[in-house]
Design a protein around this ligand. Structure first.
Ligand SMILES: Cc1cc2nc3c(=O)[nH]c(=O)nc-3n(C[C@H](O)[C@H](O)[C@H](O)COP(=O)(O)OP(=O)(O)OC[C@H]3O[C@@H](n4cnc5c(N)ncnc54)[C@H](O)[C@@H]3O)c2cc1C
Length: 563
């Protein structure tokens, strides 16, 4: 393992889709990163097939432009029962925060894209065919023993270690943080096949106790079927070509289908007791695994990646106190668990164990559809747990406003919730708002320039990797020569969509709302933000050379200063 440094800031164990996303994000933030994987090649068989708008937004944050990998937007997810007909029709068409609500994709293509981009970052090193053997935590970092497939060993010292090493995670076992939950009794046969032509555009769940079977289209003329194995059926039996042909018959002639792969899986619903122990973090399947019925396994891992990476970058850059890292577990674990619970609930509908249970579930769901509010809760995806934290790294709202302070107007801003994304424009230039927010902390002013209200706090904000932007309502008359931080909100999603003119919000690099208030109090919002990050000590002696829009650069420059 010649050429590998003995020191790094973050060691990422596992270069699957979650590890590769982490490497890209850390690369963007300028963090010195070593990513390793036992395997030398991408796992060729796709497991994940569906991603939601949040996942696509995270991949956008990780630097993947639209179209970087092929997707198919799915307008509906239908649940059908052989006894009572259609049970539910989830409305997944259209966009949310700039991305389709649900797409299917081809996992190896996404992974290949993530890998090739990660190695482009000067601060990222990737070593394949290298496994983590063991590690010990020390006062200032983690000392890890790595072994190349040729037997050569290498010791690396990292300030932090992330275990993104999948469901059998060695990192998790070493941390001894449990992996509680359940393993399903049933096995499932996954069949991916290419079809000459097909009009299938939606996902369909056949909720039949005799053989539950989800079925969906995927890019490249592919389709996926998942067939539950029945009592007495073995994996070997089910994977036989003649059996696969028999299973596929209801969907057309198997002669017109090219079966690409078959594999039998057993699903689990498990989470660790803690996502962090000392300087070691778990992300992706290493921390949580879910049955795929809600299509949220990888999505949850991507949420982990975005939540954790900027915090590590800020701490390593001396821009925040190490204590903020504890909010990773606080914020991510409850949400990952809620998604698993949703998948388990969906599993009960999809795989009824008997005709009687299928009938009872069917009748109940049909009845619920007659009640408009219940139907909307079910079919307009309101059941899906919001990515919104009860506790964590945001300024929790006081119950009563201080005397004399402006009464809080009604806004759509929830601290600890996600800041939306919409299309914005400046002159003839348009972009998605996340791209204008950039990689750092952003103070957003609605209809008013927040910079003008920062006063002396402006320098401190810049030093903290903070930038400012102003979102104007469509057609707002702007001063001539306004800065390049002023953008017009084309769709009205922001002003007055979620906040009135004169309001301001602090948005974290992972697009979580950290603070909000009147723009006239921008200096206070910034002060409270920096205090929350534990920044008082972190900024002493720093220069304010970092300019607006250069947050990633500022983070890496600060990293340099910190070394
Ligand atoms: C049938 C099925 C369907 C699914 N459908 C969906 C879906 O539609 N949507 C969705 O979001 N999710 C879905 N999932 C879940 C999704 O596939 C996983 O959550 C995701 O692939 C996990 O990615 P990961 O990077 O955490 O782990 P992995 O992909 O398992 O990657 C872990 C990596 O770590 C490496 N590694 C392990 N140990 C070591 C070590 N000691 N040293 C170095 N490297 C190591 C491995 O070689 C591997 O490359 C599905 C899963 C299955 C099984």
């Amino acid at each position: 393992m010649h050429g590998l440094d003995r020191e790094t800031e973050v060691l990422v164990v596992g270069f699957g889709p979650v590890g590769a996303t982490i490497a890209n994000l850390l690369g963007r933030y300028g963090v010195r990163t070593l990513a390793i994987d036992t395997a030398t090649e991408i796992f060729p068989q796709p497991r994940a097939i569906a991603l939601d708008n949040e996942a696509l937004r995270i991949l956008q944050a990780a630097g993947l432009p639209e179209g970087a990998f092929e997707t198919i937007a799915i307008p509906e997810v239908r649940y059908r029962s052989p006894y009572v007909g259609e049970l539910a029709r989830l409305q997944t068409g259209g966009c949310l925060d700039g991305h389709p609500k649900l797409v299917t994709f081809y996992q190896p293509e996404l992974e290949s894209e993530l890998r090739s981009r990660a190695v482009e970052y000067p601060s990222v090193t990737v070593a394949l065919g290298v496994e983590l053997v063991d590690f010990v935590e020390e006062a200032d970092g983690v000392r890890a023993r790595l072994r190349h497939r040729d037997g050569a060993e290498h010791i690396v010292h990292a300030r932090y270690l992330i275990g993104a090493d999948g469901s059998k995670s060695r990192v998790r076992k070493a941390l001894d943080v449990g992996f509680d939950g359940r393993t399903y009794a049933e096995d499932w046969l996954i069949v991916d096949a290419k079809l000459g032509s097909s009009s299938l555009d939606h996902i369909e769940f056949r909720c039949d106790p005799r053989r539950p079977a989800p079925h969906m289209p995927a890019p490249g003329g592919r389709q996926r079927w998942e067939f539950m194995l029945l009592t007495g059926e073995s994996a070997e039996q089910m994977e036989r070509p003649e059996k696969v042909r028999e299973l596929l018959l209801p969907w057309g002639s198997p002669d017109d289908m090219e079966v690409e792969r078959t594999a039998v899986y057993r699903f689990h619903a498990r989470t660790v007791a803690r996502f962090q122990k000392g300087r070691v973090f778990l992300a992706g399947d290493a921390a949580h695994i879910t049955p795929p019925f809600a299509g949220q396994g990888l999505v949850a891992g991507l949420r982990d990646a975005l939540n954790l990476c900027w915090k590590l970058a800020w701490v390593l850059g001396g821009l925040a106190a190490p204590g903020i890292l504890e909010t990773y577990d606080q914020e991510r674990r409850p949400h990952a668990k809620a998604m698993i619970d949703l998948a388990r609930l969906a599993g009960r509908v999809i795989m009824p164990t008997s005709r009687a249970q299928a009938l009872a579930t069917g009748v109940l769901l049909r009845a619920l559809r007659l009640i408009p509010a219940a139907r909307s809760y079910l079919e307009d995806l309101k059941m899906k747990p919001q990515n919104q934290f009860d506790h964590g790294l945001f300024v929790e709202r006081r119950r009563r406003l201080a005397r004399g302070r402006l009464a809080r107007p009604k806004t759509g801003l929830i601290r600890g919730g996600m800041f939306p994304q919409a299309w914005i424009q400046r002159g003839n230039d348009g972009c998605w708002s996340d791209d204008a927010l950039g990689d750092g902390l952003t103070l957003v002013g609605f209809g008013v320039d927040p910079q003008e209200h920062l006063g002396q706090a402006a320098a401190e904000w810049r030093a903290a990797g903070g930038t400012c932007i102003q979102l104007c309502h469509r057609g707002q008359r702007l001063h001539r020569g306004e800065g390049d931080h002023v953008w017009e909100d084309i769709s009205g999603a922001f002003v007055p969509g979620i906040a009135p003119v004169g309001w301001a919000v602090v948005v974290r690099p992972d697009r979580t709302i950290l603070h909000d208030g009147p723009v006239a109090e921008a200096a206070r919002l910034v002060g409270e933000t920096l205090a929350l990050l534990g920044a008082e000590d972190a900024y002493s002696g720093r220069s304010d050379e970092t300019g607006p829009g250069a947050t990633a650069a500022s983070a890496s420059a600060a990293t340099e200063a910190h070394r």
